[in-house]
Design a protein around this ligand. Structure first.
Ligand code: NAD
Length: 259
């Protein structure tokens, strides 16, 4: 028996082998979980399929969360294969990269709406759609960043969306607690991913966090994966509504020791 043996879960947000969602999927597979995946658009399936195969999964469902009813359709399709699931990992976000630079006050109405819908509300929709598949309890997990609770350069509307996402974690934890469904977030330090590189000055932020975090480095996707596996496992049976940092301790530093 390993930590996640017998558990089934849906992983959303693997774009490639550098994705945070992949770090979680790989570790969850090694700990015994059976996995299904979503991909945003048909072109992404080609990259996902061999990764999924390497963790013994061929259950791949297309889901663009910006589309109406996408969460419901995804869960309905999943229920054709599995009658119950134990966890869902939501590791996705989007904002127009032209607005992930410069001043936050330049955010457009259209991009504000799109960023909030894809990066924050999709988690709530997913919770709505998936909890009936967890009749004996389960776990929902999402990914956040420090920019949701403090300002970080150029993160802008994405930070506002992460604040909404983190607040959603707390509200959903209350709503679903009586059903023994736990809802948590991981706030990860900077990782070199497609989404990460869309933020202007990402390299500078990466280096700053690396230099100033107590561990002297940023997390890799597998460390994020390990923390995710803890939160979706029974080891965390008493934990819900939490935002758990996996950032080398960076969020705890007020003034760093100067060189
Ligand atoms: P990534 O580019 O590998 O993953 C982002 C995923 O979002 C992709 O799989 C993409 O297909 C998906 N996505 C975007 N729009 C979508 C839509 N409309 N419908 C469905 N899927 C959509 O990047 P990542 O860094 O692994 O991002 C995963 C999560 O981790 C995001 O929530 C991100 O904000 C968060 N995060 C990233 C970092 C970092 O430094 N990279 C740090 C903290 C948190």
């Amino acid at each position: 028996m390993t930590l996640l043996s017998g558990k089934r879960g849906l992983i959303m947000g693997v774009a490639n082998e550098n994705s945070a969602a992949w770090g979680i999927a790989k570790q969850a597979h090694e700990l015994g979980a059976k996995l299904a995946f979503t991909y945003q658009m048909p072109a992404f399936k080609r990259r996902l399929a061999p990764l999924a195969e390497s963790v013994k999964s061929d259950l791949l469902i297309q889901c663009d969360v910006s589309e109406e009813n996408s969460a419901k359709k995804t869960i309905t399709e999943l229920s054709n294969h599995w009658s119950e699931i134990d966890f869902v990992v939501h590791s996705l976000g989007f904002s127009d990269k032209n607005e992930l630079r410069g001043a936050y006050y330049n955010t457009s109405r259209e991009n504000f709406r799109k960023t909030m819908l894809i990066s924050a509300f999709s988690f709530t929709e997913l919770a709505q759609a998936s909890f009936p598949m967890m009749p004996d309890g389960g776990s929902l997990l999402t990914l956040s960043y420090l920019g949701g609770v403090r300002t970080t350069p150029n993160y802008n509307v994405m930070g506002v969306a992460k604040a909404a996402l983190e607040s959603s974690v707390r509200y959903l934890a209350v709503d679903l607690g009586k059903k023994n469904i736990r809802v948590n977030g991981l706030s990860a330090g900077p990782m070199k991913t497609l989404a990460g590189s869309a933020i202007s000055g990402a390299r500078g932020i990466f280096r700053h966090s690396e230099k100033n975090s107590p561990l002297g480095r940023n997390p890799d996707i597998y460390e994020v994966g390990n923390a995710g596996c803890y939160l979706i496992s029974d080891l965390a049976s008493g934990v819900t509504g939490e935002i758990h940092y996996v950032d080398g301790g960076f969020n705890n530093v007020g003034v760093s020791i100067s060189e």
